[in-house]
Design a protein around this ligand. Sequence first.
Ligand SMILES: [Zn+2]
Length: 232
Amino acid sequence: MGDKKFGAGLLDLLFPRECGGCGRTGTLWCRECAELMRDHPVQLSPRVDPGVPVWALGRYDGPGRRSVIEMKERGRRDLSTPLGIAVAGALATLERWGELGTGIRDPIVLVPAPTRARAARSRGGDPVRRVAESVREKRETGSAVARPIRVCPILRMTRGVRDSVGLSAADRVTNVNGRVSLDTTAITSMAQDCDIVVLDDVLTTGATAAESVRALSLSGIRTTLVLVLAGA
Ligand SMILES: [Zn+2]
């Protein structure tokens, strides 16, 4: 047994690996969860309509739910890779279905939905942004998406937004109303013919997605669609 393998075995013993989607031990992301997350994206009809199509990798249950919680609440940074692969697959499917433009050279620009700065800091960075970066990296190492992927983290949550955990649906809406802004100094590579995809982890009321689309459109940026990892 090589030292490296022995080291990995010892690490498994000390810190058992657990699938981020279902909790089975011995792997960080099992084949079944990968298959489930690779399934066709589903279209959502959020209570607050952002005015553009909203898609999810799946419903907020099973591996979709668990992986988002593991990533956000338990700091599982490793999950950005399998989730990035799942997002890349969903983008390829949406492209095939005609939900995205067809120009093979036109970039798909992923705009992570805004997160409260303090929440992101306490979680060691923004998990959604990490997933988006991972989609771009997967694209470079050959994924199902043929088009160039860019990541533009330009949306900001202004001060005064509370953590949405524990808020009622109505409170979630007023919580983010008019509170999403655009970092215009960071707008780069928003060329014409891009497809702008707002990416978020979970969609509950759709309020954050709607505010994100609105903030972009106020700066003349037309969102093609919203894609979330899991839809409630
Ligand atoms: Zn699993």
